[in-house]
Design a protein around this ligand. Structure first.
Ligand code: SDX
Length: 432
């Protein structure tokens, strides 16, 4: 079988027959073969473990170019957005598709504040977790529990119902994230403060000490704002695809996001930011011998991987890693914090980028390589790093879920090729 890309179609010859399939083209000239009719016409399906070559949807939300290391949300570059916008503004852009006016943003913030209380019984659920529970497990459960307290499914045709579900989740997830942090630290839970901006309120719920008057720390809040924006969306990554596929069965938004939180937890995905710090700590405690760990990362017999390195799509620098690396220097400097693992991370990066193994495989630092160093400087425990990732990714998950539902996409149900045994006859247990 071979195929020929024409301008807007592909000819596939299989056996003694030839078939033609349309090619779709995106705003940045990306192309895909539309194989909607493939099985009906040829009896063939495609196989692509990990979907490395398969697109699941057409989307207007996020564009990334892995070869060039570019990332933009609704047409705005992340460099532009992290320099000029607030996280709530970027959330609005991702979810509704345009940058809000001052009035629209103010209304969004007021409507979110109105919903910024969670049912007190959620505290009972939080209390039932052991202090040692991983906060991502607690967050996934608490997010799913929101459905129990707000069971109305969302009529996606109704703009009002979607808006209220969006506002509800934008208000409640930050509270749940802050409560998982307070639980890990053994601190009393904070409530939202409606006099603060959305971004400052997040910091307040995390860091306000019950015995002191809360004073926003500009350095901390700016760093948090930048990190949340950089994590806000990333097209069809593992957790976003999970949110979409769960939502495609018409499960609710809260249940879909709860599934996305569980997918993000994995160390190959959002859990990598925790794994990076654990790796850097291990290298530090092992005498800082980075050559040894570069060799381990290259050794196929060794399960060790250079966490925070490599990416399914970026075969160049992850543009987020560049911004976070610069911010790490600034934040630690502004806070007067030194962290030996930052120097180890920089030396690892330098060595890896000149090593044939990494160069040949186009393995560069990704978003998770430096982010944990900033979270740590902000006093956030390692186990909480992926919760911070989930908090940032919330608007992206919402936007992608809504786009999937608005486009009335069919339930996600991949096919397979069966390779197991066939036509066996049952043998009674007495004869086995
Ligand atoms: C995120 O998809 C997204 O957009 C995700 C994300 C988002 O914002 O949502 O960007 C967030 O998840 C970032 C990635 C965080 N994960 C890590 O940092 C974990 C470490 N990285 C890897 O495990 C790996 O690079 C992945 C999982 C990120 C990507 O894996 P792929 O695309 O399946 O690539 P692969 O495993 O097939 O690797 C290709 C080659 C292999 O070697 P060969 O078989 O060709 O000899 O590169 C090697 C791999 O062994 N390799 C690594 C490596 N990553 C890949 N070798 C050592 N260390 C690594 N980190």
């Amino acid at each position: 079988m071979y195929s020929l890309i024409m301008s807007d179609s592909v000819k596939i010859v299989f056996g003694d027959k030839s078939y033609e399939f349309p090619v779709v083209k995106g705003s940045k000239n990306e192309r895909a073969i539309n194989i909607n009719a493939l099985r009906a016409e040829t009896g063939l399906i495609t196989i692509d473990p990990g979907y490395k070559n398969s697109g699941s949807c057409l989307s207007e939300i996020t564009y990334l170019n892995g070869e060039k290391g570019e990332l933009s949300y609704r047409g705005y570059s992340i460099e532009d957005l992290t320099k000029n916008a607030g996280f709530l503004e970027v959330s609005y852009l991702l979810i509704f598709g345009f940058l809000p006016s001052e009035k629209q943003l103010e209304k969004f913030q007021i409507d979110i504040h109105k919903e910024s209380l969670v049912d007190e019984d959620l505290k009972v659920i939080l209390k039932s977790f052991p202090r040692s529970a991983h906060p991502m497990g607690a967050l996934a459960s608490l997010t799913s529990a929101l459905t129990a307290f707000d069971p109305d499914s969302v009529d996606v045709e109704s703009e009002d119902e979607i808006y209220s579900a969006v506002v509800n989740l934008m208000a409640k997830l930050p509270i749940l994230c802050a409560w998982t942090y307070r639980k890990v630290k053994g601190l009393p839970l904070n409530y939202a403060d409606r006099s603060l901006s959305f971004e400052d309120n997040i910091a307040q719920m995390f860091f306000r000490h019950p015995t002191e008057k809360y004073k926003p720390n500009k350095i901390v809040n700016n760093a948090l704002n930048k990190l949340l924006i950089l994590h806000a969306d990333h097209e069809q990554n593992c957790s976003t695809s999970t949110v979409r596929i769960v939502g495609s069965s018409h499960a609710g938004l809260f249940a879909s996001v709860s599934a996305g939180i569980s997918a993000l937890w994995g160390p190959l995905h959002g859990g990598a930011n925790q794994a990076v710090i654990e790796m850097l700590e291990k290298i530090k405690n092992d005498g800082g011998d980075i050559e040894k760990y570069i060799l381990k990362a290259k050794d196929k017999k060794d399960s060790f991987r250079l966490m925070g390195f490599g990416h399914r799509v970026y075969k160049n620098f992850d543009p987020r890693a560049k911004i976070i690396k610069k911010a790490a220097d600034e934040v630690l400097n502004d806070l007067g914090v030194t962290d030996p693992v930052l120097e180890i991370a920089k030396s690892l990066e330098k060595l890896a980028l000149t090593d044939e193994y990494f160069v040949k495989r186009k393995l560069y630092p990704n978003v998770d390589f430096y982010s944990g160093i900033i979270y740590r400087a902000l006093g956030i425990p390692t186990q909480m790093f992926t919760v911070m990732f989930a908090l940032g990714r919330l608007p992206g998950w919402i936007a992608q879920w809504w786009e999937m539902r608005k486009n009335n996409e069919p339930i996600g149900r991949p096919r397979q090729i069966f390779t197991g045994k066939t036509d066996l006859k049952f043998v009674p247990i007495s004869k086995r």
